[in-house]
Design a binder for this molecule. Structure first.
Ligand code: URP
Ligand code: ZN
Ligand code: ZN
Length: 486
């Protein structure tokens, strides 16, 4: 008889495609068997009445990261990974951010030093590139070879914006190496123009953050980013889509076969700009970029979640405390452009999506699995993660679909002092999170040691089903034979 290290028995297994009753046998951190009534096991976990799903993969989180203004996030790789695990995630992909003048080797060494000794979960990085100089472009193949196969660029923030030419350079190198470029798409000049007008009118309260970043700024930038990617026929991932118009561009371009991927985030489904209009400076808790919008946008984004526009729903966990170490680093009554951008969400991403998505009948359980885990694994090349299948890592979350609670700060288990989800009624809760067969969280208790998480090298982007677009001006058959692009 096969000797399993662990058997999860009696549960209902949900994958991105199926729902069935089965036991799961685990050996050496991998799923070794999925069958009815698996006997034995060094440890037996009773999942009767529970859902057994792939552990979440959090694909957008800012952990132990300095903002371009130099402000460090409140969560490091320990607290960030612990918070993620309490929220049903088995692994995560935070950003390793290059600031101008830094070499990529230095960036990666810095983040290795932050992650390896601290993370309780398996992790990878998306590289953020803010300075695509010739020497940086030369370093990129080494980064891809190490299995860091995605990176983010910005079309906004003066200290991060790499311009259209910089994007074309990055997209081209990425295409050559099978990497995926992620983009924060907002039109920088539109935002600066708006900020000037609000400042001149003395309108600096947090609520003006929401309206200082027009929907058109995102829509224009998404359209431009897609055009740049199409020009060089490179894959592109639009992060944190917050507008109906932006999502519609993604949907249209996907239909056309463009090599395009996208995500939205719970805050754009759960919150509105009215949350920024809470008394005093409370609204600062909800300042993030792009900003949360309105009810009509929420409804439209939910329809896009339902109909497959997005590969994943990610948290964009960007934790800045509601005090002088975070939101108010520039003063307790700082004008909105000087308030740190971002909010925590790594623990609440999945409970929110399960409760408002699955329980309220907006998405199926299979869609939930896809949006929370399988989609990110496929998009970002995590070969052995994101599925319950023989040979895959035993990255599993067991959920109690009947659990009801009122969300509160204590549920986050992070270093934050507020929760944007405070008071929301949540139905369904992860009760056990496992990574490579190790129990990380069980019944509200942390069971894992700091630093047990491992770096996950990732595969090149899979472009199956995305034929792309050939610009005739770059096609030697149509441009008088000019070989000017790969
Ligand atoms: O407001 C946010 N989301 N801050 C984090 C940085 C980013 O653009 O994702
Ligand atoms: Zn961003
Ligand atoms: Zn972000």
């Amino acid at each position: 008889m096969t000797e399993f290290d662990t058997v999860i028995h009696g549960g209902r297994v949900a994958t991105a495609s199926d729902l069935f009753d089965a036991d799961i046998g685990i050996i050496d951190g991998r799923i070794a068997a999925i069958n009815e009534n698996i006997a034995g096991g060094g440890r037996r976990i009773d999942a009767t009445g529970k859902l057994v799903m792939p552990g979440g993969i959090e694909a957008h989180a800012h952990i132990a990261q300095e903002s371009s203004a130099g402000l460090m996030t409140a969560d490091d790789y320990y607290s960030g990974s612990v918070s993620a695990a309490f929220g049903g995630n088995s692994s995560f992909i935070p950003f390793a951010a290059q600031h101008r003048g830094q070499s990529i080797a230095d960036v990666i060494a810095t983040y290795d030093g932050r992650a390896a000794p601290n993370s309780v979960l398996d992790y990878s990085y998306h590289l953020i590139i803010s300075d695509p100089s010739a020497s940086v472009l030369e370093e990129l193949p080494g980064v891809f070879a190490r299995g860091i196969t995605s990176f983010k660029v910005f079309m906004t923030y003066d200290l991060m914006n790499i311009g259209d030419g910089g994007m074309l350079d990055i997209l081209t190198v990425a295409k050559q190496h099978g990497a995926l470029t992620m983009v924060h798409a907002e039109n920088n000049d539109m935002l600066k123009w708006m900020n000037k007008r609000f400042a001149a009118a003395g309108l600096t309260a947090p609520k003006y953050h929401a309206v200082s970043r027009p929907e058109l700024a995102e829509e224009e930038a998404i359209n431009r980013a897609v055009s740049l990617a199409k020009l060089v026929d490179a894959p592109l991932f639009i992060v944190h889509v917050s507008t109906s118009g932006g999502a519609a561009i993604v949907q249209r371009e996907k239909l056309a076969g463009t090599k395009l991927f996208a995500e939205t985030c719970p805050q754009y489904l759960a919150l509105t700009r009215d949350d920024l209009d809470r008394p005093g400076m409370e609204g600062a808790k909800f300042i993030c970029s792009p900003p949360v919008r309105d009810k009509a946008t929420q409804d439209a984004l939910w329809r896009h979640v339902q109909s497959g526009t997005f590969e994943s729903v990610s948290s964009d966990h960007a934790p800045y405390r509601f005090d002088a170490t975070g939101k108010f680093a520039n003063g307790a009554d700082a004008p909105y452009p000087k308030i740190a951008n971002g909010m925590p969400g790594i623990a609440m991403r999945l409970p929110y999506l399960f409760s408002e998505g699955v329980v309220k009948g907006r998405i199926t359980l299979q869609q939930f699995v896809s949006l929370s885990s399988t989609g990110a694994a496929k998009t970002f090349g995590m070969a052995k993660k994101g599925a319950i299948a023989p040979g895959f890592d035993a990255d599993i979350a067991i959920w109690d679909p009947e659990a009801c609670r009122t969300a509160t700060l204590a549920d986050q288990h992070d270093n934050m002092n507020y929760s944007p989800f405070e008071g929301m009624q949540i139905e369904g809760w992860p009760v056990l999170t496992m990574n490579r067969g190790d129990i990380i969280v069980e019944n509200g208790e942390l069971k894992a040691d700091r630093g047990r998480g491992r770096f996950v090298p990732r595969k090149p982007v899979d472009l199956t089903g995305k034929p792309g677009y050939r610009a005739k001006e770059l096609d030697p058959a149509q441009n008088f034979g000019a070989e000017i692009a790969p």
